[in-house]
Design a protein around this ligand. Structure first.
Ligand code: BGC
Length: 741
């Protein structure tokens, strides 16, 4: 009997050992011991090798130089090298030919999909559905890892309040609460709970920090902001990423209050390591260490290396100043051995968590099974439909009938595969993409006549194609016109000083509208646009961002009513570029805008209000909110309360609505925004169905940073506002009070 028991115990123990995979948080002490043992054997050159990341070729190949460096232990990571065969080839050099057999970490920008491309991140945020973000990230992770990529430079969690900034497309928009929810979801989706799994990758929260606040919306530009704004608006999505266990951070290109982010001890060490206890590693952005010289904080390369390492940048991307200058800096005591060792330790820790030491190779048979599977394609189609925002739908122009007699499909973006997959499209191929024209053709009945005319290019001055487009519209019962930006007009280094439709596209829409045929505008773009004329004159506008591989099918699903759109804007649409930065959660000023009083905060030549507000989006059905309740009207500063509201689908179709909870702290020791999002929930309701939605308001949601930069909940009155956009004319409102103790 005893023997049986002992055997059972042994079996259980053995199973437990197998079941706790290397890299799981539970096995951390073991990892740290292994790291110590490796560091103890490393030469300085090998240590500096781990701090180096170099770029492969754009097509995914590694460079011959990488092979030699890896053999000598001088290169710890690459970016852009991808494909199971190629990464395995290089990994074999590390595992078989290098002295210490430290695996290479392959990084890549998997921003909105690896090969199956999803809607762009701004589109995904328009779903107001973190489940969607987690799902797309997990599929992207599975495809990337199957191709040997273990690390993605995503999510970009930069808050962006200025539509001129091209990288607004890569994030979740202007709001820290929505941004934090999306950041958490995307980190969970990429990393899962076990990053050593063959379908997960390590995520990277970027760009640390305040990169999205570039002055004048010009990429890479200077940022100057109060610590209060930094902590209140720009840090929360990064903190959410840390709380979700993100493994790495990327230091940004911009300077913040005079200190470049890649040499900023306050953000890199005090906040990230000290306050948030982040134990992963920080990689610089592309050549950002070297750029400290141009920023004017480093006189030469050696100083740049010293500043970045001492501030807390562990891995240098592409420039090679650590390798070149740290040995001499060490000898002259300008950097400490302990600082180098700590950077190495952090990088090795992530390699362990990814399971690379024990499973350095990628199973080469997985790539063809996982990538672009039917399941992944269905997911990208469904996710895209959830990201579309119906901006206007006069006289129920949409949805369209699948058996319409004839439809004109017009516009430079109507049959374009390249633009459909957006910028930063990983290993995506334009030839995989379904255009709007193709999507419509498969959707409509066999008897429906589709006439296509491009009309004009996205940019440029030619109107040569107008006549044909007008003819197409005249021949048809209605016209679907796809206009917007080309994919390369947003993203990195793609800021714009105008937010108008580029080229002659507006004139094209005007010409089509002049035919008198009903016009549906399908927008494809990576940022808010000033589309005042469209908003006023065209009966229906659907914002589709850049919808990804299955984009055309997804748009057709919505245009023809198979899916009822329910997305909401995660960014404010201005009326004029001169209003930028324009965002809903602004302060009130002492002279809030008043149309009847000149000496208030507004413009002479344009309204102060947005064209489309944050949180806005229509549906093919209607909803009504009612019966706003609070669990109590009075709490103590540490207390919490719940608020709830009833939502009813009062229309004739099933559909989605997002219930948005905003608060306002009416009087505090520092000014507070006129409203702040503190809760949201997207629900699907059948016609006539009602549901009660409940939100909790905790001290973490009610507090703010006071003049001493202490996070606090102050006594006083709070407004609670629940609506279906930040400017809902039917917003429900009530108050509660935080009492003095
Ligand atoms: C971008 C990063 C990106 C990196 C690597 C940089 O130019 O700013 O977001 O991850 O390149 O491709």
């Amino acid at each position: 009997m005893k023997l049986v028991k002992a055997t059972c115990l042994l079996l259980i123990l053995a199973f437990a050992l197998i079941a706790v995979p290397v890299g799981s948080p539970r096995s951390q002490p073991g990892i740290e011991r292994r790291i110590n043992a490796i560091i103890a054997r490393m030469t300085l050159e090998e240590k500096l090798g781990q701090l180096q990341q170099l770029d492969g070729e754009a097509n995914g190949n590694y460079r011959p130089e990488h092979r030699d460096m890896i053999r000598k232990g001088l290169l710890g990571s690459t970016l852009n090298v991808r494909g199971a065969v190629r990464t395995n080839e290089l990994q074999r050099v590390a595992m078989n030919e290098s002295r210490l057999k430290i695996p290479v970490l392959f990084g890549f920008d998997v921003i909105h999909g690896y090969r199956t491309i999803f809607t762009v991140p701004l589109g995904e945020a328009s779903s107001w559905d973190p489940v969607v973000a987690e799902r797309s990230a997990s599929i992207a992770a599975a495809e990337a890892r199957a191709a040997g990529v273990a690390w993605t430079f995503a999510p970009m969690v930069d808050i962006a309040r200025d539509a001129r900034w091209g990288r607004i497309i890569e994030g979740a928009g202007e709001d820290p609460f929505l941004g934090a929810a999306m950041a958490r979801a995307r980190v969970r989706g990429f990393q899962g709970s076990e990053q050593s799994a063959p379908d997960r990758v390590m995520a990277c929260a970027k760009h640390w920090v305040a990169y999205g606040a570039a002055e004048s919306g010009r990429d890479y530009n200077t940022v100057d902001m109060s610590e209060n704004t930094l902590r209140t608006i720009y840090l929360p999505p990064f903190k959410a990423a840390v709380d979700a266990g993100v493994g790495t951070f990327m230091s940004a290109f911009n300077s913040l209050n005079g200190v470049p982010s890649t040499a900023n001890p306050f953000t890199l060490t005090k906040v990230l390591r000290g306050e948030w206890r982040f134990d992963g590693f920080v990689v610089s952005d592309y050549t950002a260490v070297e750029e400290l010289i141009k920023h004017g904080v480093a006189a030469d390369e050696a100083e740049a290396a010293r500043l970045a390492l001492n501030a807390g940048v562990d891995m240098e991307m592409v420039s090679r100043l650590y390798n070149k200058h740290l040995p001499a800096l060490l000898r002259s005591n300008k950097v400490a051995q302990a600082t180098i060792d700590e950077a190495v330790r952090r990088i090795l820790r992530i390699k362990f968590r990814l399971g690379l030491f024990d499973h350095p190779y990628t199973d080469e048979s997985r790539e063809s099974k996982v990538i672009m599977s039917q399941e992944n394609l269905s997911a990208t189609r469904e996710i895209a439909t959830r990201s579309f925002v119906l901006l206007k739908n006069a006289q129920e122009t949409l949805p369209l009938s699948k058996s319409a007699r004839s439809i004109a499909v017009i516009g430079p973006l109507a049959d374009d595969q390249q633009d459909m997959i957006g910028s930063w499209n990983g290993d995506g191929r334009s030839q995989d993409a379904v255009t709007l024209l193709a999507g419509i053709k498969t959707k409509v009945s066999q008897s429906t006549k589709i006439v296509y005319a491009k009309g004009c290019d996205v940019s440029g001055d030619s109107t040569e194609g107008f006549a044909e487009a007008v003819r197409a519209a005249r021949q048809s019962d209605l016209a679907i016109v796809a206009v917007g930006e080309s994919a390369d007009m947003s993203g990195e280094a793609s800021s714009r000083a105008s937010l108008d439709l580029p080229g002659r596209q507006l004139d094209l829409v005007k010409a089509i509208q002049a035919t008198g045929k009903p016009v549906v505008v399908v927008l494809m773009n990576g940022r808010p646009l000033t589309i005042n004329w469209l908003a006023e004159n065209v009966p229906a506008i659907l914002e589709t961002w850049f919808a990804g591989t299955e984009g055309g099918n997804a748009i057709a699903d919505v245009l023809f009513g198979d899916v009822n759109p329910g997305g909401k804007l995660p960014v404010t649409f201005p009326r004029s570029v001169g209003q930028e930065p324009l965002y809903y959660n602004h302060m009130n000023t002492g002279r809030p805008p008043d149309a009847n009083n000149k000496y208030t905060s507004k413009y002479l030549d344009v309204s102060w209000t947005p064209l489309f507000p944050f949180g806005f989006g229509l549906s093919y059905t209607q909803f009504r909110l009612s019966d706003l309740q609070l669990s109590t009207k009075r709490i103590l500063p540490g207390g919490e309360l719940t608020t709830s509201v009833e939502i009813e689908n009062t229309g004739r179709r099933a559909g989605d609505e997002t219930v948005e909870l905003y608060i306002r702290d009416v009087a505090a020791s520092v000014t507070r925004p006129v409203m702040e999002l503190k809760g949201f929930e997207r629900v699907t309701l059948q016609p006539g169905e009602r549901r009660r939605i409940t939100f909790k308001l905790t001290p973490a949601l009610l507090g703010f940073y006071n003049r001493e930069m202490r996070f606090t909940v102050e006594p006083g009155v709070f407004h609670v506002m629940i609506g279906t956009s930040s400017a809902d004319p039917n917003m429900l409102q009530t108050d509660f009070e935080v009492a003095e103790r």
